[in-house]
Design a protein around this ligand. Structure first.
Ligand SMILES: Nc1ncnc2c1ncn2[C@@H]1O[C@H](COP(=O)(O)OP(=O)(O)OP(=O)(O)O)[C@@H](O)[C@H]1O
Ligand SMILES: [Mg+2]
Length: 493
């Protein structure tokens, strides 16, 4: 964070000083958890579902915080923020436990601080890159960060820490040495992305895809496209350096070219894409290789990530890195050396007995299910393939048909065995049972324990197993159990 006095924090936040001279200097990061505050940090007091951060303000300062951002008076040097402005705050997601609006007030002040930091740093060369889409934001954010790091200090959130807290928290990590700030912008409703983009205005915006994640909240895919398009709309004009990186292979994304004044760079496998993948092939672990074709030259790429869907993510990253000065060869080299940074996303582990576990249990929606099933199918090549699948949450009225479709797809892709975990995903089992001549191949089990029991009993050396569901279904434990030496014959990464 750039050093700021509490007086400056008060001015930026439109708040008032309390128990403070104003000279207290904030030099560390912001924290919401008093136990995590470092010396010189700013403790942000938020109401929680069980405890109220304001009750920990004095302790945070005793532990080294320079001051507190608070909605009411506390027994410590603080900036007391004004009530939230409903207009400015309308795009923000409500905070659980915020019964009196104090959380919204503090978050609005935090957003103002984050905006101030970006405005201060941008003229000195900070570039903000925003990534949105229905699937692959975290994967692509990690990938872009790795492409940019060799070119200068890069700040990106850990994992999927991109919500109303994680977004400003990450932005406030930037300081004068930061060259790139890579942010994941997610939406659960209209206005959310515009709100996040106003806090930290991106110069480069990436839209990956429009799928059906959270369709329950948006009403339709067009509603989702409208919301994702708030990112290209928020970009500066081409004359001011704005660049919209859009997926040429997704018509709803390519159409966003009409909604931006930024320069458009299309990426994908379509001939219209300026940054293009040609001759995509998958190896035996579904790792893609392709010819990267760009206006600045060509190179061969072999991604160390699994699944063909990673190609689009890699192209988006390549376009960003090329914009920021990397050569095509550098981009290819860095893509070839990528590491998977966030957990439970297409994590492939081969056990000592040759069983391959594909752990993609972090999240699921119909598009990422399809992507993972295709990766599984391409990895089977003579092996028995197992899809262990649980509920895709938040699909609203589309839920039953979406689950049914995935079950049918498993049959069409020739997956050997489907294990559907939990009654909420039962439509997958029914879909599979109605497609083709499946009988024993699909099994509905009540819970993860039953899934583990079935798999331990029936897995054979060389089988390949995909484990995937929405996070709430908790299928990560199935993957963990299969990799646990107590249950298997041992594992190697
Ligand atoms: N381009 C893509 N198309 C379809 N699925 C993808 C794509 N990229 C990644 N995925 C899959 O989507 C799932 C979620 O990936 P990731 O966490 O990167 O997405 P996200 O958009 O950040 O999700 P969230 O909305 O939970 O933040 C994983 O199963 C991943 O393999
Ligand atoms: Mg994410």
């Amino acid at each position: 964070m750039i050093p700021l006095t509490l007086a400056a924090v008060a001015e930026i936040a439109g708040g008032r000083l309390h128990h403070a001279t104003g000279d207290e200097l904030v030099t560390g990061g912001v924290e919401f958890d008093s136990r995590k505050v470092a010396d010189g940090g700013l403790f942000v007091a938020l109401p929680g579902e069980r405890v109220d951060g304001h009750d920990f303000a004095a302790q945070a300062v005793a532990d080294g915080a320079a001051g507190v951002l608070a909605a009411r008076e506390v027994d410590a040097p603080a900036v007391i923020v004004p009530p939230a402005d409903p207009e400015t705050h309308s795009g923000s997601v409500a905070l659980a436990g915020d019964t009196d609006g104090s959380g919204a007030a503090v978050l609005q002040a935090l957003g103002a601080l984050a905006r101030h930091v970006v405005q201060t740093l941008a003229p000195g060369g900070l570039t903000v890159v925003g990534v949105t889409g229905s699937s692959g934001k975290t994967s692509t954010k990690d990938l872009i960060a790795q492409l940019l790091e060799p070119m200068g200090d890069t700040v990106a959130p850990p994992g999927s820490f991109n919500n109303e807290l994680g977004h400003p928290w990450t932005v406030l990590k930037a300081d004068r040495s930061t060259k790139h700030l890579v942010l994941e912008l997610s939406a659960r409703g209209p206005g959310h992305i515009a709100h996040l983009a106003a806090i930290a205005p991106p110069r480069i915006g990436v839209v990956l895809n429009v799928g059906s994640a959270h369709v329950g909240e948006f009403g339709s895919r067009d509603g989702i496209a409208k919301a994702k398009g708030e990112l290209p709309e928020a970009l500066p004009s081409a004359a001011d350096g704005g660049v919209a990186v859009l997926n040429a292979d997704d018509p709803l994304v390519a159409a966003m070219a009409e909604r931006t004044n930024a320069r458009v760079v299309l990426v994908g496998e379509s001939p219209s894409a300026q940054v293009r993948a040609e001759s995509v092939r998958l190896d035996e672990l579904a790792r893609p290789s392709f010819h990267l074709v760009t206006p600045r030259g060509k190179a061969d790429v072999q991604l160390p990530l699994h699944g063909e869907h990673q190609v689009g993510n890699a192209l988006a990253g390549a376009a960003v890195a090329l914009e920021l000065g990397a050569s095509v060869d550098e981009v290819a080299q860095r893509l070839n050396g990528l590491q998977r940074r966030s957990q439970q996303r297409m994590a492939v582990t081969t056990r000592d007995d040759g069983v391959v576990i594909l752990n993609d249990s972090y999240n699921a929606n119909p598009e990422s299910m399809r992507a993972a099933l295709k990766a599984l199918a391409s990895m089977s090549r003579g092996r028995r393939s197992w899809a262990v699948l649980g509920e895709m949450a938040e699909l609203g009225d589309a839920s039953v048909s979406a689950h049914d479709e995935i079950g049918r797809l498993a049959v069409r892709l020739n997956i050997s065995r489907l294990v559907v975990v939990g009654e909420r995903a039962a439509a997958m089992h029914h879909g599979a049972s109605h497609e083709g001549s499946w009988g024993e191949e699909s099994t509905l089990v009540p819970d993860t324990a039953a899934a583990v029991e079935l798999l331990r009993r029936e897995l054979e050396p060389g089988d390949v197993v995909l484990v995937k569901a929405s996070n709430a279904a908790g299928l990560g434990v199935v993957a963990d159990a299969l990799l646990d030496p107590a249950g298997a014959k041992g594992a190697t990464a």
